[in-house]
Ligand binder design. Structure first.
Ligand SMILES: O=c1ccn([C@@H]2O[C@H](COP(=O)(O)OP(=O)(O)O[C@H]3O[C@H](CO)[C@@H](O)[C@H](O)[C@H]3O)[C@@H](O)[C@H]2O)c(=O)[nH]1
Ligand SMILES: [Mn+2]
Length: 748
């Protein structure tokens, strides 16, 4: 057995682990001392010089924020304790005819926010995957049921043929047409005389295709009744293949299967957003190609390197890990990231730091897109627990016999799909599977398939898979395997963040809360990582407190931190600097720069008081039943003016005042407290006592410089509107008057 060449290799980063564990150890000791300091300053304010006794309320809030930060910090630590990296060796895979089938599932939901040309680039790049075409099927779910998208996919089939032929002939690796043509000339293909001519001809075809789609889109979208998310429409499934039965002529390119699916939508029936769409694709693909592996893609996730399927198979086909391996996750990377990436949209810390870290435990979390999943893992419970009792199976998976048969084996041969009669049967059945009522009284979305409970179906589904004992693997090749569209303006970034965080809170408030559901089902360290992410929205509390309470106290001459110089003050400084430096070191290890560290840190502060805060509120409203969960799609078309600013590294504050208000108010408050505090210690002394608070305000201000600039120094469209500033000044005035009043009341 061991004589087989290895399919992949794993390297544990021992030095990084050692550094991280030592840091955890030292930093924890410092934290214990801080807790001791806080408790003793309140209960035994003996040495009032270094540990003054502040009024109860500010003391409690500051202490609480320190406790929350410490807890979240502890939960974060296991990410660093066993980072690994993996290298696949696709050259050692078995012959093509021994490879298993793959169904690519792509979701789109709105032809306006997700332009069909973009979606088709994803579809075409998936069809052009370097994998035996007879083992590859691509399914597109169109939640809008838009005729524009249907038209586009039919056209895409037409273009894909010569395109795939071209890629195979010249061994092109970048098989997404948009990326390929946007790249610098890929050099002459030596030995191919016709390359230049062929490239030009295929480029012409692409331009025609793109133009055609654009025309159809501008003409069609307005007219299209169903074009918008949420409107009712009947189920519709089409195997794009059939339009082209005649073209299997000699010398023709062998093509994968391409299927368009638009599930039924009815007013008043929940459709469960992306998870709902994916479950329908699972069922429809189940009775058509029923491949044992699934590649999940968002509609804007182009394949940038065609070898990813083979790389993923290096893990899935390794007998040593395969029985318990549910999915191979690739990182989300993006094609529109600027050098500076002021909004941290590249999610670098997630995919360069956290995922390699948790990969060393039992594998990365499911990340919504760019994963190769074992189909069986998604049918988890039903098959194992309930066996093959047909009645039980129907209660679990619904009443389609065709689908139940698919649980056991592959049913339709490709050739059946050319045969009109069997094609008819297939299409009829898929319509049943894609209907609204099909899932009623079944376990779909509850236990089977992608779970519905939260709008971040990926986190929740991955979590339950890991709880059932499945593992995952993280594959992060140097050339990005997938490239998506990142958010490139502040508003989109924060709105998207709000959805993610409200989704996390939905999980926290459910029976799947990782604090309760996790520990008995997975290792302690892995649970801690899941908990850290789930509780991330709670960062809003300490950040809000630390950005407002010490400032209020500063204005009221209440000391909250030990005076300088004292050992206790040194301790606080140590903790502060140690976390800043450690994060800097992590970023540098992950290939980042000082600039990136600065941006990430600033965005964390901004997100804490917006995305995390509103996410928490949304999550709580949903939980109380006062609001329905919703999924605000991220726009995949950039506003040129905003994109221009993003490229230049200038913040764009065109966002609702709800989004801007918390951060602008905090900056104004800190401007006031810093100026006043600084002036007052100069005039009347006492800087030793107030130094900590003055420095805190100063730090917040330098981190928030773009906000100050946006308020005061800029006059372009992207600045903070004076109306927002005025609103925030009022908010700050109210806060200060109320706060001062309360402080006087507690003091007396
Ligand atoms: O009702 C819906 C809503 C969304 N989608 C699709 O879901 C995908 C992701 O939506 P997007 O607006 O791009 O959200 P993002 O925040 O960018 O997505 C991230 O976060 C999601 C969870 O909120 C994950 O599912 C995604 O994989 C992950 O990339 C897109 O292809 C959509 O077309 C649907 O098919 N139906
Ligand atoms: Mn997206």
């Amino acid at each position: 057995m061991s004589s087989l060449p290895p399919l992949h290799q794993t390297r544990v980063h021992k030095l990084a682990a050692l550094i991280n564990i030592s840091h955890t150890f030292i930093h924890s000791i410092a934290l214990i001392f801080i807790i001791f300091y806080r408790l003793s300053s309140f209960f035994y304010p003996g040495n009032s010089k270094t540990a003054p006794k502040p009024p109860f309320l500010p003391w409690l809030l500051t202490f609480l924020s320190e406790l929350i930060l410490s807890c979240l910090w502890i939960l974060y630590q296991p990410y660093g304790w066993r980072p690994i990296s993996r290298t696949p060796f696709p050259e050692n895979l078995p012959e093509d005819d021994e490879l298993p089938g793959i169904d690519v599932l792509v979701c789109t939901a709105d032809p306006v926010k997700e332009p069909p040309l973009k979606v088709m680039n994803t579809v075409i790049s998936a069809m052009a995957l370097d994998y035996p075409p007879q083992k590859l099927s691509v399914y597109l779910s169109d939640d809008a049921g838009s005729s524009v998208t249907l038209h586009a996919i039919r056209e895409a089939w037409g273009f894909a043929k010569p395109w795939i032929g071209f890629c195979r002939r010249y061994g092109i690796k970048t098989r997404c047409p948009e990326l390929y043509f946007a790249a610098e000339d890929d050099g002459d293909k030596d030995g191919y005389d016709d390359f230049a001519k062929d490239r030009e001809s295929i480029k012409r075809k692409y331009d025609q295709f793109a133009e055609g789609l654009e025309k159809a889109r501008s003409a069609g979208v307005e007219k299209d009744n169903h074009a918008r998310l949420g409107q009712a429409h009947p189920p519709f499934v089409e195997i794009i293949h059939e339009y082209d039965v005649n073209s299997t002529a000699d010398g023709d390119v062998e093509m994968p299967l391409l299927v368009y699916v638009s599930r039924e939508k009815r007013i008043g029936y929940p459709h469960h957003f992306k998870a709902g769409a994916l479950n329908i694709l699972l069922r429809v693909s189940g009775i058509i190609s029923n491949s044992p592996y699934i590649l999940g893609l968002d509609c804007d996730m182009y394949l940038n390197d065609s070898t990813s399927a083979r790389e993923a198979m290096c893990f899935h086909l390794d007998q040593n890990i395969s029985p318990s391996l549910a999915f191979v996750q690739f990182p989300q990377r993006f094609h529109n990231i600027s050098n500076d990436d002021i909004y941290g949209a590249a999610l670098k810390p997630v995919f360069a730091l956290k995922w390699p870290g948790i990969d060393g435990l039992r594998g990365p979390m499911l990340s919504g897109t760019c994963y190769y999943m074992k189909r069986k893992a998604l049918y988890g419970n039903g098959l194992e627990v309930k066996g093959t009792d047909i009645h039980e199976l129907k209660l679990t998976f619904g009443t389609s016999n065709e689908f139940l048969k698919s649980l056991g084996k592959h049913i339709y041969q490709r050739k059946d799909l050319y045969n009109e009669k069997s094609l008819d049967t297939v299409i009829q059945e898929t319509k049943l599977l894609a209907s609204c009522l099909f899932e009623e009284n079944t376990q779909w979305g509850q236990q089977e398939g992608f779970l519905y409970l939260s709008v971040i179906e990926d986190y929740l589904t991955g979590f339950t898979l890991h709880c059932k004992g499945w593992r995952s693997a993280f594959c992060n090749p140097t050339k990005p395997a997938f490239l998506g569209t990142a958010t490139t303006n502040l508003s989109d970034t924060l709105v998207q963040g709000t959805r993610w965080n409200s989704g996390l809170l939905e999980v926290v408030l459910s029976r799947f809360c990782p604090l309760i559901y996790g520990p008995s089902r997975m290792s302690l360290l892995q649970t801690m990582c899941y908990q850290h992410l789930a509780f991330q929205p709670f960062y809003c509390l300490p950040v809000f407190i630390l950005a407002t309470i010490p400032q209020l106290c500063l204005l009221n001459h209440i000391q909250l931190y030990p005076e300088v110089p004292s050992p206790w003050f040194l301790l606080f400084s140590f903790i502060f600097l140690s976390s800043l430096l450690k994060y800097y070191m992590d970023i540098v290890f992950a290939g980042g720069t000082l600039k990136m560290w600065h941006n990430e840190w600033r965005m964390w502060m901004i997100k804490s008081v917006t995305s995390y805060f509103y996410g928490t509120l949304n999550g709580i409203w949903n939980w109380l039943g006062m609001k329905k969960a919703n999924f605000t799609l991220t726009t995949k078309v950039a506003n040129e003016e905003q994109f221009e600013r993003y490229l230049k590294g200038i913040f764009d504050f065109q966002a609702s005042s709800t989004i801007l208000c918390p951060m602008v108010s905090i900056v104004i408050l800190n401007l006031v407290s810093f100026t006043w505090g600084f002036a007052s210690v100069i005039v009347s002394g006492g800087w030793r006592q107030m130094f900590g608070q003055i420095i805190l305000s100063f730090y917040i201000l330098i981190m928030s410089y773009p906000i100050i600039e946006g308020m005061i120094l800029r006059s372009d469209n992207g600045r903070i509107q004076p109306s927002v500033t005025i609103l925030c000044i009022v908010v700050v005035m109210i806060y200060l008057s109320l706060g001062t009043f309360i402080l006087m009341y507690v003091k007396s």
